[in-house]
Design a protein around this ligand. Structure first.
Ligand SMILES: [Zn+2]
Ligand SMILES: [Zn+2]
Ligand SMILES: [Zn+2]
Length: 182
């Protein structure tokens, strides 16, 4: 987008470029900006014929866009929005990625590094808030852990079966804390 577009739609542009003047005049009259035909319905730039022409040109330039996962072409709207995967393919890909041993290892080592880094700086190991003195976590995470412990205890009579279906409200959001990174 150009910055200096004020008044272009009103057609009051005193441009030195004859083509720009032509476009502005035509736009003001509700005509195609390339030829004297009326604007296509829903368009503020082209008549039906030029709209079609422009579309074809764009498509030819780009060629069909293939999904990077299944290698089948993407449907029209997907192409226009710059998508590179089918929605379902992208979802499947994410799941595959997250379940791969490589990803898990990466994630685990990044989490460990995060905890070590935060511990040396005196911050919560789960988020960038300062720790409660004598603990490894901040006030909110401490409360969350205590709550969870209590809940598990009352539901399961003992914290060992922590994988059974306990109602889950997530841990405090790390991103809401100030100075967040990672
Ligand atoms: Zn036209
Ligand atoms: Zn696909
Ligand atoms: Zn925390």
């Amino acid at each position: 987008m150009r910055k200096n577009t004020n008044g272009r739609r009103g057609g009051q542009v005193a441009s030195s470029d004859p083509r720009r003047r032509y476009q502005a005049r035509h736009r003001a009259m509700g005509l195609c900006t390339v030829c004297p035909r009326p604007l296509a319905k829903g368009s503020i730039v082209f008549c039906e014929w030029h709209r079609q022409k422009n579309r074809l040109r764009k498509r030819r330039l780009r060629g069909p866009i293939l999904c990077r996962r299944c290698r089948k072409p993407l449907a029209g709207t997907g192409q226009l929005r710059g998508r590179r995967y089918h929605r379902l393919c992208l979802r499947a890909l994410r799941v595959e990625r997250e379940q791969s041993p490589h990803y898990r290892e990466l994630h685990a080592s990044a989490a460990r590094a995060y905890q070590v880094r935060h511990a040396t700086m005196g911050l919560c190991t789960q988020c960038p808030r300062p720790v409660v003195p004598g603990k490894h976590v901040c006030e909110e995470h401490l409360r969350y852990r205590q709550d969870r412990y209590q809940r598990l205890k009352t539901v399961n009579r003992g914290p060992r079966d922590f994988r059974s279906n306990v109602s889950r409200s997530g841990p405090p959001d790390r991103r809401k804390a100030q100075g967040s990174y990672m």
